[in-house]
Each structure stands twice: as structure tokens, then as C-alpha cells.
Design a protein around this ligand. Structure first.
Ligand code: SAH
Ligand code: SF4
Length: 367
């Protein structure tokens, strides 16, 4: 049997393991702190553990799990995409996006289009976009991950390991992760238990202690899981990939809409807002002539009326398997304006890492 990945174990399981090895239970806390506060990546790095224990750990536990095989930096060096190999030969990707570094801010300041603020200016952000599955079963037509099909769910430890990889890298440059979005490869709510277990592990106050409010989970709209998530009343942010305001159009892009239509998704969203009091985000990939028209904006505004929400619109990123084109700058601003006139806040997200295929929906293993 392969050695278990250490990131798959919560503190209780490590404590049980130590007890079964005849070690005092405080060893578990030492290991936990070593992993999540010092980012050790091999048993030999734990200075406070006896040599015999370090050797046993090295023999019986896997500290790597996902192996970085290649990374690409965008031309502006602000985005890094890393390809990881899983023990069974599948591949996943995870992306680091740097925002708000002094070099990012034009000097002297250039005028920005109306409504485009320099959010986070002066406060550098380090956002990780991580994967929850190898491939994806949902088959959204414009998404490279959907185009590759489903390979398998990631374990919670494989999700955690992506964060620890980048946490270590940033730690070495005296920096740290500020936000984590579960928007990489895969549908997080199709792999609900492992995804939420990973969030809990990363949130642990004695470990990495990453604030719940700094996570965002994005779902294609799996209604039962949205309701379950609402009932759990977590502080984690929720984003819903909507992309169309009528069922025929949404179904042509997101096959899952046959199972859960827009009414059902929005009803679950209202339930979420009622249960948690939290604002929900709707994601909208703006596709030229498809869903970036004034008519679509008006229809969307009508559907979202009265819901505590905002819309995150992003120009479509190109993928091999989809012919649609990105919206134009003018259409994007008109879309935003129409929504805002109707009282729905909307941000147009900057496209990041397009030159290295690290943008939304572009993650797929390719050589
Ligand atoms: N499976 C989840 C999370 C991963 S996809 C989901 O679908 O929500 C992350 C986001 O990228 C989703 O909003 C998705 O709709 C969007 N996306 C997929 N392909 C895209 C593309 N080619 N251009 C822009 N956004 C895309
Ligand atoms: Fe899966 Fe999300 Fe891509 Fe759809 S957009 S195929 S749900 S990863």
C-alpha cells in the first residue's frame, strides 16, 4: 500500500497515529505546527522530533503527494501556473496571482475607465486558484477543463498540498497567501466532502489558520450542495457560475442546466443568502454577441432583483474547443453600466495569465 499523504490527516488522525506508534500525543501538535506554520516538506526537517521518529515518518508517510513538474510565469511575472503530477499519473494545475505590488501601479497614475478602481492598491494580494478534481465531469463547452473530461476527485490532502506548495514559495520571499479561490480544475461541489475538509484543515487555528472569509468556492450550480453549504453557515464566500439568464442559452453552454435550471439555482441562492446573510457572487464569462448584449444585461438584472449579490464579469478566455470570442471593452462596460443602473453591482475582472493559459477556464493538462 502506498504511504498515506500527510496532508490527508487532520490533527486527530495524526494524534491517533502517534498513539499507535507509542509516541506521546504532543508529537502530533509538533508535527502539525511543522507542516502548517513552518511549511516543512520532509520528515528530516522537523528539528524538535527524535531521529527515530523522523525516520519512521519518512518511511511511513508521504510528504509530497503532488509533484511539481513544471511552472510557467506570465510575461509580466505576476502570474505563475504550476503543473503537478499526482501519484497515479494524472495532472492538475494551480495558479498564483499577484496583485497590487508597487510595480503594478502606474506612476504617475493614469486615468482609469469609469468604475474601475484600484482595489487593493498599496496592499499586495497573493491569490491562489487551486484545483479540486483532475479534469471535470460538468462539460461546460467553453472551459478547457470541461473539454478534457473527468479523471478523478482530488483527496483533501491533494487540495491542501497545492496551498502548502505556494505558501512555502511565498514564505521564502517573506510573503504569504492572502486569498484562496477554489476555481481551478474541477467542480468543488462535485467533490464536496474533500473540498470542505481541505478548507477546514487550512482554517485550523493551531495550523495554517487561513481565515474562512478569505476562501471563495465557485460552483457551476449544483443545487443540493448549495443548500447544504447554506445550512452549514460557513463564512466562506460562494460564487455561482451563471453565464446566461435564460435556460436555453445556459443549457447550450452548461449541460448541468438540464439537471438544475436557473430558477432552481437562484432559489438555492436566495436560500443561501437567507441562511447566511452573506452576499453571493455570480460569475459571467462575457462572450461576444452571445451573453454580452444589452438585452442579456437587462434580463439578468431582472432575475437578480432583490438578491444580495454582485456580478463578476470576465471577458471569455480562449480555449481550443470553443469558437466563441471574448466581448469587446465597450460591450463589457455597457453590460456593467446596465446592471449597475438596475442596482446590481458588477465588476469587470482583469484577465490574468492569458499568455500562459492560466486564466479562468484555461486550466487543462497539455504538453
Ligand atoms: N467548476 C467551478 C469552478 C472552476 S471554473 C465553476 O464552474 O464555477 C472557474 C470559473 O471559470 C467559472 O466561473 C467558470 O464558468 C469560468 N470559466 C470557465 N471557462 C472559462 C473561459 N473560457 N473564460 C472565462 N471564464 C471561464
Ligand atoms: Fe467544470 Fe467549472 Fe469548467 Fe464547468 S466551468 S467544466 S464546472 S471546471
Amino acid at each position: 500500500m502506498p504511504a498515506p499523504l500527510i496532508y490527508n490527516l487532520d490533527l486527530n488522525s495524526i494524534t491517533e497515529l502517534m498513539t499507535s506508534w507509542g509516541e506521546p500525543s504532543y508529537r502530533a501538535k509538533q508535527i502539525w505546527a511543522g507542516l502548517y506554520q513552518h511549511f516543512y516538506q520532509s520528515a528530516s526537517q522537523f528539528p524538535n522530533l527524535p531521529k527515530a521518529l523522523r525516520e519512521k515518518m519518512a518511511n511511513e508517510l508521504d510528504f509530497v503527494g503532488i509533484e511539481p513538474v513544471r511552472y510557467l510565469d506570465s510575461s509580466d511575472k505576476q502570474t505563475r501556473k504550476t503543473l503537478f503530477k499526482l501519484p497515479d499519473g494524472h495532472f492538475i494545475e494551480a495558479v498564483l496571482m499577484r496583485y497590487g505590488d508597487p510595480a503594478d501601479v502606474p506612476s504617475p497614475p493614469t486615468p482609469l475607465p469609469p468604475g474601475e478602481g484600484r482595489r487593493g492598491e498599496g496592499k499586495p494580494r497573493r491569490t491562489l486558484c487551486i484545483s479540486t478534481q483532475a479534469g471535470c465531469a460538468m462539460g461546460c463547452v467553453f472551459c478547457a477543463t470541461g473539454q478534457m473530461g473527468f479523471k478523478r476527485h482530488l483527496t483533501s490532502g491533494e487540495i491542501v498540498a497545492q496551498v502548502m506548495y505556494y505558501a512555502r514559495l511565498l514564505h521564502e520571499e517573506n510573503s504569504s497567501v492572502t486569498n484562496i479561490v477554489l476555481m481551478g480544475m474541477g467542480e468543488p461541489f462535485h467533490n464536496y466532502d474533500h473540498t470542505l475538509a481541505a478548507i477546514d484543515r487550512l482554517n485550523d487555528p493551531d495550523g495554517y489558520h487561513f481565515g474562512a472569509r478569505r476562501f471563495t468556492v465557485s460552483t457551476v450550480g449544483l443545487v443540493p450542495q448549495i443548500k447544504r453549504f447554506a445550512d452549514e453557515k460557513r463564512q466562506v464566500n460562494l460564487a455561482i457560475s451563471l453565464h446566461a439568464s435564460d435556460d436555453a442559452l445556459r443549457q447550450s453552454m452548461l449541460p448541468v442546466n438540464k439537471k438544475y435550471n436557473i430558477d432552481e439555482v437562484l432559489e438555492a441562492c436566495r436560500y443561501y443568502v437567507d441562511q447566511t446573510g452573506r452576499r453571493i457572487t455570480f460569475e459571467w464569462a462575457l462572450i461576444h454577441g452571445v451573453n454580452d448584449t444589452p438585452e442579456e444585461a437587462r434580463k439578468l438584472a431582472a432575475r437578480l432583483k432583490g438578491l444580495l449579490c454582485h456580478v463578476n464579469a470576465i471577458p471569455l478566455n480562449p480555449t481550443h474547443g470553443y469558437q466563441g470570442r471574448a466581448t469587446t471593452r465597450e460591450s463589457a462596460w455597457r453590460f456593467k453600466e446596465l446592471l449597475e443602473q438596475a442596482g446590481i453591482p458588477c465588476t469587470i475582472r482583469m484577465r490574468r495569465g492569458i499568455d500562459i493559459q492560466a486564466g479562468c477556464g484555461q486550466l487543462a493538462f497539455s504538453v
